[in-house]
Design a protein around this ligand. Structure first.
Ligand code: ADP
Ligand code: ASP
Ligand code: MG
Length: 423
């Protein structure tokens, strides 16, 4: 009888120091001694990836994507090797594997590669030799034969891809919060832990800025119908299960599930663009070519002098994007380009958004009561997003949480985290 495989992912804050790595090793050892085969996925230690990015910027603004990936991938290589060593000290035979060694095969899009398949032969071989296998998160081998990375926060996706490929019986995401909350508990002390959340709602929250899960990991889990358990590495507890949730219950359908925010937002407006389809396409072409994501897009009703087109990009991309759009705007004969940085997006998310009449009005009235200006609005079936000044984001999240989810009854839930977030 072949024993089951459990995939356990540990995020950056869980492996931030040698002492924490030893504690993670003890937890992995415990699972192993209970009889399961364990495949561990680790992120880089603490803020290592930020540090590596900063290092590259000291050398150049425009690193070769291939070189940047080789650099960024080293963070996960360090933590995986250290964890394998720490497991050895625990008396557990272990081996660390890089993404390429573990057979994680991706496309060739550096810095945002997508996993195509996992060749599990090496992992199965190591399991058969009785080893706990520690795999680097975040990296793989591109079909150009180079090391690739999966985008910030991508280790979650490595873990889910491995769980799918190995037919794992469980996929645990161990992190620094004890589950998925109705809002980021660092920003919103009234946020409550959810017992369970559906894939669709979790994906939307993740795409709208809830950094607790990498969006692609949720897509993969949904596609293959595997449940994910998100829980705290060190404090125990049941955590939150991300799974298919029945939407038959009226109670469930009516609710706003959570509030997401994204503090890295900027807005670009092209004024008096000629009202021609090719003109608008021309504005977005250079952004697409440079792989700059545009998000909330709005166009005013065309009048004789043309129409205004606004859209958001990440605040980090603003300088480059503004330059490209200005040039394109000149070439199509638009009047000019305005831009505004330091914005945020706040979104209410839930399958109930569509099912509940008047929900948009309640959201706008809530922001109006708080005196918060909305620069843009966007909706989909399961969310409403407002673009607002970044400085008002915390207040907006708290206000919307009180309006749609509940009063601040557990306001003291995360006093230390809140202090850290505000410092
Ligand atoms: P890891 O390093 O383990 O991958 P992350 O920092 O990527 O951890 O994700 C965990 C963080 O996500 C939490 O500390 C929390 O501040 C943030 N977060 C944002 N939105 C939520 C949410 N809705 N529920 C829980 N955590 C959230
Ligand atoms: N270390 C990578 C990052 O910081 C990947 C991850 O943590 O999931 O983005
Ligand atoms: Mg993460």
């Amino acid at each position: 009888l072949k024993p089951e495989i459990i995939v356990q992912k540990y995020g950056g804050s869980s492996v931030a120091s040698p002492v924490l790595i030893q504690q993670v090793a003890a937890r992995v050892a415990e699972t192993r001694r209970e009889g399961a085969n364990v495949v561990v996925v680790v992120s880089a230690m603490g803020k290592t990836t930020d540090g590596l990015l900063a290092l590259s910027r000291q050398v150049t603004d425009r690193p070769e994507p291939r070189e940047l990936d080789l650099l960024l991938s080293t963070g996960e290589t360090v933590s995986s090797a250290l964890l394998a060593m720490a497991l050895g000290v625990e008396g557990i035979p272990a081996v660390s594997l890089t993404g390429p060694q573990a057979g994680i095969l991706t496309d060739a899009m550096h810095q945002r590669a997508r996993i195509r398949e996992v060749d599990t032969r090496r992992i199965h071989h190591e399991i058969a030799r009785g080893k706990v296998v520690v795999v680097t998160g975040f990296q793989g081998r591109g079909d150009n034969d180079e090391v690739t990375t999966l985008g910030r926060g991508g280790s979650d996706t490595s873990a889910v891809a491995l769980a799918v490929a190995l037919g794992a019986s469980a996929c645990e995401i161990n992190t620094d919060v004890d589950g998925i909350y109705t809002a980021d508990p660092r920003l919103c002390p009234a946020a409550k832990r959810l017992e369970a959340i559906g894939y669709e709602e979790m994906l939307e929250l993740a795409q709208l800025g809830a950094k607790v899960m990498h969006p692609r990991s949720i897509e993969l889990a949904q596609l293959h119908g595997i449940p994910l358990v998100v829980r705290s590495t060190f404090s125990g507890g049941a955590g939150t299960t991300i799974r298919e949730v029945s939407t038959m219950s009226i109670e469930y359908v009516r609710r706003v599930r959570g509030i997401a925010h994204d503090l890295n937002v900027a807005k670009i407006t092209v004024t008096r663009a000629p009202d021609r389809p090719d003109a608008i396409a021309a504005l977005f072409a250079p952004l697409a070519a440079a792989a700059i994501n545009t998000d909330v897009i709005a166009q005013t009703a065309p009048v004789e002098s043309g129409c205004d087109i606004s859209f958001t990009v990440s605040n980090d991309d603003l300088p480059r994007a503004a330059e490209m759009v200005s040039e394109a705007a000149r070439s199509i004969g638009a009047e000019g380009v305005l831009h505004e940085g330091h914005l945020a997006k706040v979104s209410i998310v839930g399958v109930g958004v569509q099912a509940t009449p008047g929900i948009a009005q309640r959201m706008f009235a809530c922001l109006a009561r708080l005196g918060i200006r909305m620069a843009m609005i966007a909706t989909s079936e399961i969310r409403i997003t407002a673009v607002i000044p970044r400085a008002a984001a915390a207040q907006a999240v708290a206000g919307l949480h009180a309006e749609f989810i509940g009063p601040a009854e557990i306001a003291a839930a995360h006093p230390t985290k809140r202090a850290a977030a505000l410092a």
